[in-house]
Every structure is written in structure tokens, then in C-alpha cells.
Design a protein around this ligand. Structure first.
Ligand code: BZD
Length: 830
């Protein structure tokens, strides 16, 4: 329960000097002023983009005094804060959120109306900053929102990619990636500070020397460098007058490159060198689970982490701060292993620049970091070849070796010369090539290590890092993920929010457990009716959006069955497809009477990593099945498939509130947590899901009767794997499954060409690493239960309302509270 200490002091903090009065007239004046003086146009000549920019500036100006005030408070009354280190922030559009946080939404809407401007049009003008791949990046965005709302001092540090996650298009049903030029029309939310550029070094060698006192000293002599330019973004708390900072770094060539131009006379080469430096923050890597070991990615990681540590130590901390006490001021939270190179970087700063002894520096370092792991897939654990790391960061490699020696000595002390164990626990892997295991480094350095859902944290201890959890049992903990109710309920689902607030008041927005108070309303027929109307309205708005955006015309009155997430084999979009193709096949074969079915529209949204062949083939198959099924008169009114391209935060905000059914069907033990699952439950969709990730806890909270569980449990998966899994046997023994797979193999969805989807078919029949066939029968069963339950409108609505009422736990405010209690030990500033 988020108690009163986390509640905002008062709805809108006293307006500091310089803040425009929050009145419609004042807003109009300020808006027109911004339009004239910033955009340089009159209202009658202004473009939609001008108007959007001016509106954004107006909101920004309103938040500015609060931001500066927060900064001043941080300096004058410092308390322990959080530096969230994340290579990704999947922010979504800023305008609506910033208006909501400042309490200006209604005023702005009215003010624009007076200017003859449609607010909704301006909101759609914003290109969302897609600076992340999926769950991990979105989680970071939710966390900084919650910390600001809970008045916890936090700086988010990351990378200002010039190109975020690619824009997905479909050509003949296949994914084609387009660059995401999110900055093309200008970003009104950022503040560049080139004067605070930080130099980041790379390459070269180290030199040992002894000083006058006979103390050994190491000097890193790098051979190239770049400048990191900070861009600051406001992170406003919800109606509490606090505005934290997100600081993203952009790479710029240093003057050294200009000098090279001058000296070499080879202009073209020198300009290429400049491009090389600026490439570092050029593009987000679109791989979300299989690190490619690319040197540029390691450069990105070190780049932002070096900038951030320097910034924190030299610009945020007061001058002369004793770094022995660093942990009293800050905790660096490592969002997965991407920022783990910060560990040897802090050691380098303390030892080489501040003159600490190794032991002394290591003690401080271990108190200043904590590590969150977001995966269980072995191939997703990041490792860097020693050769590459040593070439790019020679001093850091030395420090990693020193950390490793120091740690392995402790292991030997505890276990004697158990060399097998020492080898297993070493930060350095020897095979297939010598490399640095970043998750081990993070675990050794971190004061705490956490997984992101109860099951995941357990498996992390038992399967991924068993030696470490034996060595340091108290280091391991769980913090179940959460999502921000501001963006994903209050903003995305305005009509549900109104219904809730009219029933239980507005307090739920930053105290989500209060949704419990809705429970009795599930028994109220009028409330159920109103709830259904909210869903229907959301579906209508979605229909309009998909018609405009994608030329997809949704059938009316259907159950909306939604699966939106990155495309990955472990998430099993293919299992969903098998369900679909089975229904289709059974109908056209005359074994299933379509009149016994409710109308169902299945919505997919998914990007595949550009190099992930099986994922891309699956996207192709979904599109081709959609083409055939949607055109077939025999299933008309019963089955429809929609696959809008370029699923992103903006689309999620439209899709999730309209959904009836949420598909969370990963193989048990594979999805670390999932956060989409939480967003759906909070918006009144029922879940069909496996016993995986946070599904487990969602089911516990909402109750078994309001959740469609299917599939093997994690131990059953492990057993089956150990016994030897044979997907072919499921195919042979289940005629419906065989029928569906044969239909795909026959070329029915590829114009008769049997080769097109052969890789998918043969993979399912011979490998099926994520056991879709083993869970198929159970999934089909569960879908039949869904079908029957949906026919009972009252029962379904009741369950949907209880899903909302009982999902308050999944607020990211609660996650933050857990981090604060278990890991950070920070206090809110009120
Ligand atoms: O992190 C995801 C997990 O798959 C989800 O189960 C979990 O809910 C979220 C948040 O904890 N992991 C990612 O999204 N991972 C990445 O995006 C990623 C990106 C780059 C490199 C490796 C992984």
C-alpha cells in the first residue's frame, strides 16, 4: 500500500515566480506569444507543426519554474537520490503527459478551442521518441515517471539516439525497416547544453609509474575521444510540483578532428573521422535479445556511462564532496548489463583520478551500484570479447581483471581450491573465446541484484546465477515490474478514468491500490453497463484510428483479442497463429459451425529485429494468413485479423484500452516479467496466459476465475526438455493441429508456394525450441473457455471490472516503493 508519505503535498504546488497563471485566457496569451516569438508566425499563417511547437513551449514554460525549483532544492537540501542508467528510454509522446502532470489538460484544450485549433490534431503531430526496443526501455520511462510523482530525486541517464527504433512498414506482407527521424521537425522538449560537453576517451594503452611516495600509478593514454553533449528533458511528477531530469547524451566530434583536417590536408578523410565520432549516438540497436557483440554498441555503452558518471561527480555533486561517502548521495541502478561498464569506470575515476587504493575504491563502488536483470535466455546475456574490450578500453580491462582476481580469491577462501567453481564464477569466460561476462561483473559489483517478477527472480537465483546466489544469498531480491497509471490509464483511457473517478474519486491516479474500491461496483448492473460503454467507445476510437492510419476496417461488435509485443519465438506469436489457422481450417473443412462462434478480431502488433529471420518470416505469415482469412466469405463476421504496422507506445495507448482479451502466451520460464500484461489488466481486458513472468502474480491478484490459464508450468517445461522433446509426436497425434500445420505447409497462405513458409513449418515440426506444439491443446482448450465466457456478457464484464479493481499492485509507483525499501534506501523529498 502506498501510504500517505508518498502522496503529493498538494494538488498543484504554489506557483513559483514567472509561472503563467493557469487560466484559459492566460494560456491563450502565452500560446500566441510562443507562436509569434518562437515560431515566428501569426496564428493565421501557422502550420500544425508551428502550433504544436508553440503549445509544447507553453507547457514547458509552465513547468520551467518547477524544474528550476526542483534543481535548487536538490542542491540546497541534498538527500540520497537515484541515477538510473539505461541505454533505452521508450518515452512515448510527451505533450499529453506533461499537460496532465501540470494539471493543464482542460485549460489547454479550451484555450486551443478559442483559437480555433483542434487539440487532438496537435497531439498527433508529435513524433514519439522511440529510444528503446520494448519492455526494458518502456520500464525505464515508467520508473522515472513514478519517481518524479513520488518526489524521489532521480536523474535518468541515457543516449540521445538520432534514430530510434526503426519505423516498420510492410511490403507484400514482409517487414521493411525505415529510419525513424524523430528529430526532423524539431523536438520542443529538449534543452541542449553544448557548453557542458564531456570528453570521453577510447583506445590507446596504459602506463605504470611510481610517484614520489613510491605509490604505483596507472595512466591511461587514449588515442581518440569524442564529446558527449547533454540534452535535458523534464520529467514532471503528477500534480506535485516536482520536475526531475532525464539527461541524454549525444556524441560530437572533438576539436581534435578539426585539427586533423587542418594538418592532414585530406579534407575528405578528416570529415569521415568526424562522422565516425558522431556515429556513436546515431542509431539505437534494434536487437532486443541477442546481443551481436558489435564494437559500436560497446562504444555507445561506455560513451553514455562515462558521460553520466563524470556529470554526476563533477556537476551534480557539490565541489569538494568526499567520494568515500558517495553511496550516501547516490545509487547507480544498472538497467540490465548495458551500462555495466560503469563499474570499472567508477573504479578508474576513484583509483586513477582520485588517488584511492584499489580496496578502498572497490568498497565504495560496491555500495554505489545495483543491478536489474531482465532476461533468462542464455543467448541474451551480454559478453564482450576480451580482445575488443582491451583494444577499446585498455584500462577498464585491467580493472576488470583486478576485480576478478579479488573476487576469485574470496571464492577460493570460501571453497578451497574448487577450480571448477572458480572457472564457473570467473568474470572471464574462456570459451568459445576469451570474453567478459557482464552479468557476472554486475552481480559481483552490485549491492543488490534483482529480477523483475517473482518467478523470474527465483529462476535467476536457481538457474542463471546459482553459484552467486549461494555465495551471496542476501544480495538477491525481487522487484516485480509495474507500469505508470498516468500514461496507461489516465491518459490512454480517459473515459474509463472518468468512470472510475466518478465512482471512487480521483485519488487512484497516484495511489493505485485504491482501485480496490471498485470491487463492489462489479455487482452493480448500471456500472457494468457504463463499463461496457467505455469499452465500446474505446473500440470505436480504435476503429477510426486504424481506418485512418492503416486503412484497416475493423468489423463491428467483435471481441477484440490482442497480442502486441516484440516478435520473438519465446513469446510464441506462432502459437496464436496456430489457434487462428485451426479455427479457419475447421470452419472451411465443415467441422466447425461458424454460427456457434462469437465474432472475433485478432490484433497483432510486433516488430522483429532486422536480422532475426524466423521472426521476420512469422510476420510475413501473419500478414498472409490475414489476407486469406479476411477475404474469405465463409468466415466473414466471425474471424478477422488486423496487423497494423509499426506498433509503438502511441499505438499501444489506443489498442490496450479497446482490448477484451490479452494474449500473454510465452513458454513458462521465458518471459522475465512482461509489462503489457499489466497494462491490459488495468484497462479491463481478461488475460489468456501461461504461468510465466508477472502473469503468475496477475493471476494471484485478480483471482483464478478471472484469468484463463493454460500450458505447462516451468518445472514441467524443464522436465519435458530433460526427457527429450519431440514436437512431431504432437503433430501426429492431434488432427486439428495437423490440419492447421498442413494448411500452412500446403501453400494456402502463399499463393500455392510450399517453400515460402517451409522454414516455419519445419522448425515447428523438428525443433520448436519454445514448445508451442506441446502447449497447443491446452491453449485451444483455454480459448474455448474464453469463447463460452464471452457469450455471458455480465460474467465477462464483472471479471473485467475485477481485473481493473485488483491490479493496483502493478503500478510502477509500487515497484519504486519496493526498490526504495529493498535496494536504494532513499527518502522522498516533500
Ligand atoms: O524487459 C524485457 C523482458 O523481456 C520483459 O519480460 C520485461 O517485462 C521487460 C522489463 O523488465 N526485456 C527487454 O525488453 N529487453 C530489451 O529490450 C533488450 C534490449 C537490448 C538488448 C537486450 C535486451
Amino acid at each position: 500500500h502506498i501510504g500517505p508519505q508518498w502522496a503529493p503535498t498538494h494538488p498543484v504546488a504554489k506557483a513559483p515566480v514567472g509561472t503563467p497563471p493557469p487560466t484559459v485566457d492566460g494560456f491563450v496569451k502565452e500560446f500566441l506569444h510562443e507562436l509569434n516569438s518562437n515560431q515566428g508566425v501569426s496564428l493565421s499563417d501557422s502550420s500544425v507543426n508551428d502550433q504544436y511547437m508553440a503549445l509544447a513551449s507553453t507547457v514547458r514554460n509552465y513547468l520551467m519554474a518547477r524544474w528550476l525549483e526542483t534543481e535548487r532544492g536538490n542542491r540546497e537540501n541534498p538527500s540520497k537520490g537515484v541515477a538510473y542508467l539505461s541505454a533505452e528510454y521508450l518515452l512515448g509522446r510527451q505533450l499529453g503527459n506533461n499537460l496532465l502532470s501540470s494539471g493543464l489538460i482542460d485549460i489547454a484544450e479550451e484555450a486551443l478551442k478559442q483559437c480555433g485549433i483542434d487539440f487532438a490534431v496537435l497531439r498527433s503531430q508529435e513524433v514519439e521518441p522511440g529510444l528503446g526496443n520494448g519492455g526494458l526501455g518502456r520500464l525505464a520511462a515508467c520508473f522515472i515517471d513514478s519517481l518524479a510523482t513520488m518526489s524521489v530525486p532521480c536523474i535518468g541517464y541515457g543516449i540521445r539516439y538520432e534514430y530510434g527504433i526503426f519505423r516498420q512498414t510492410f511490403v507484400d506482407g514482409r517487414q521493411v525497416e525505415q529510419p525513424d527521424s524523430w528529430l526532423a521537425l524539431g523536438c520542443p522538449w529538449e534543452f541542449a547544453h553544448p557548453e557542458h560537453g564531456v570528453q570521453v576517451n577510447f583506445g590507446g594503452r596504459t602506463e605504470k609509474s611510481t610517484d614520489e611516495q613510491g605509490k604505483e600509478k596507472t595512466t591511461w593514454i587514449p588515442d581518440w575521444n569524442v564529446i558527449g553533449v547533454p540534452y535535458n528533458y523534464m520529467v514532471p511528477g503528477y500534480l506535485n510540483g516536482r520536475v526531475n531530469t532525464l539527461r541524454l547524451w549525444s556524441a560530437q566530434a572533438t576539436k581534435a578532428f578539426d585539427l586533423q583536417i587542418f594538418n592532414s590536408g585530406d579534407y575528405a578523410t578528416a570529415v569521415r573521422a568526424q562522422t565516425f565520432a558522431e556515429n556513436i549516438s546515431k542509431v539505437l540497436y534494434p536487437e532486443d535479445s541477442t546481443p551481436q557483440g558489435k564494437e559500436l554498441r560497446l562504444q555507445q555503452q561506455y560513451f553514455f556511462v562515462a558521460c553520466s558518471l563524470h556529470d554526476y561527480i563533477h556537476h551534480v555533486l557539490p565541489e569538494g564532496f568526499d567520494l568515500h561517502q558517495l553511496d550516501e548521495r547516490i545509487i547507480f541502478q544498472l538497467n540490465d548489463t548495458h551500462p555495466v561498464i560503469a563499474v570499472p569506470e567508477l573504479m578508474r575515476i576513484l583509483v586513477d583520478e582520485e588517488g584511492f587504493g584499489f580496496e578502498e575504491a572497490w568498497e565504495v563502488t560496491q555500495r554505489c551500484f545495483a543491478y536489474t536483470c531482465h532476461t533468462l535466455l542464455p543467448e541474451a546475456l551480454e559478453v564482450w570479447p576480451v580482445e575488443m574490450l582491451g583494444r577499446l578500453l585498455p584500462r577498464h580491462l585491467e580493472l576488470i581483471y583486478a576485480i576478478n582476481d579479488h573476487f576469485l580469491e574470496q571464492v577460493r577462501e570460501r571453497y578451497g581450491n574448487d577450480e571448477m567453481r572458480v572457472r564457473r564464477m570467473s568474470i572471464i569466460a574462456e570459451h568459445p573465446e576469451r570474453s567478459v561476462r557482464m552479468a557476472y561483473l554486475a552481480t559481483i559489483a552490485g549491492s543488490k541484484v534483482n529480477g523483475v517478477a517473482a518467478l523470474h527472480s527465483q529462476l535467476l537465483r536457481d538457474k542463471v546465477l546459482p553459484d552467486f546466489s549461494e555465495f551471496w544469498p542476501e544480495k538477491f531480491t525481487n522487484v516485480t515490474n509495474g507500469v505508470t497509471p498516468r500514461r496507461f490509464v489516465r491518459l490512454a483511457n480517459r473515459s474509463l478514468s472518468t468512470l472510475i473517478s466518478d465512482s471512487i474519486g480521483k485519488g487512484w491516479v497516484n495511489n493505485l491500490e485504491r482501485l480496490r474500491e471498485l470491487e463492489p461496483y462489479a455487482e452493480d448492473p448500471d456500472f457494468r453497463k457504463a463499463f461496457r460503454e467505455v469499452k465500446a467507445g474505446n473500440k470505436q476510437r480504435l476503429s477510426k484510428l486504424l481506418a485512418d492510419r492503416d486503412e484497416i476496417v475493423l468489423p463491428e461488435g467483435h471481441m477484440l483479442d490482442v497480442m502486441v509485443k516484440r516478435l520473438h519465438e519465446y513469446k510464441r506469436q506462432s502459437l496464436k497463429l496456430l489457434h487462428l489457422v485451426t479455427l479457419y481450417n475447421e470452419i472451411i473443412e465443415g467441422r466447425l459451425d461458424p454460427d456457434t462462434l462469437q465474432g472475433r478480431t485478432m490484433v497483432f502488433g510486433a516488430k522483429a529485429a532486422p536480422g532475426y529471420k524466423m521472426a521476420k518470416d512469422t510476420i510475413h505469415l501473419i500478414n498472409k494468413v490475414a489476407e486469406v482469412v479476411n477475404a474469405d466469405e465463409r468466415v466473414k463476421g466471425k474471424l478477422f485479423i488486423a496487423f497494423p504496422a509499426n506498433y509503438n507506445v502511441t499505438l499501444a495507448e489506443k489498442l490496450i484500452p479497446a482490448a477484451d482479451l490479452s494474449e500473454q502466451i510465452s513458454l513458462a520460464g521465458m518471459e522475465a516479467s512482461g509489462t503489457g500484461n499489466m497494462k491490459f489488466a488495468l484497462n479491463g481486458a481478461l488475460t489468456i496466459g501461461t504461468d510465466d513472468g508477472a502473469n503468475v502474480e496477475i493471476r494471484e491478484h485478480v483471482g483464478d476465475e478471472h484469468f484463463f490459464l493454460f500450458g505447462m508450468t516451468e518445472p514441467e517445461v524443464a522436465d519435458l526438455g530433460a526427457k527429450g522433446y519431440d514436437p512431431g509426436s504432437y503433430y501426429e497425434s492431434d488432427p486439428r493441429l495437423k490440419g492447421a500445420i498442413d494448411l500452412i505447409a500446403s501453400g494456402a497462405f502463399s499463393g500455392g508456394d510450399r517453400r515460402t513458409f517451409e522454414p516455419i513449418v519445419s522448425n515447428l515440426l523438428t525443433q520448436d525450441r519454445f514448445m508451442a506444439l506441446a502447449d497447443y491443446a491446452s491453449y485451444m482448450d483455454a480459448q474455448e473457455r474464453v469463447e463460452a465466457y464471452y457469450a455471458d456478457e455480465d460474467a465477462w464484464t464483472r471479471s473485467a471490472i475485477l481485473n481493473v479493481a485488483r491490479s493496483g499492485y502493478f503500478s510502477s509507483d509500487r515497484s519504486m516503493k519496493d526498490y526504495i525499501r529493498e535496494i536504494w534506501h532513499t527518502t522522498p523529498v516533500l
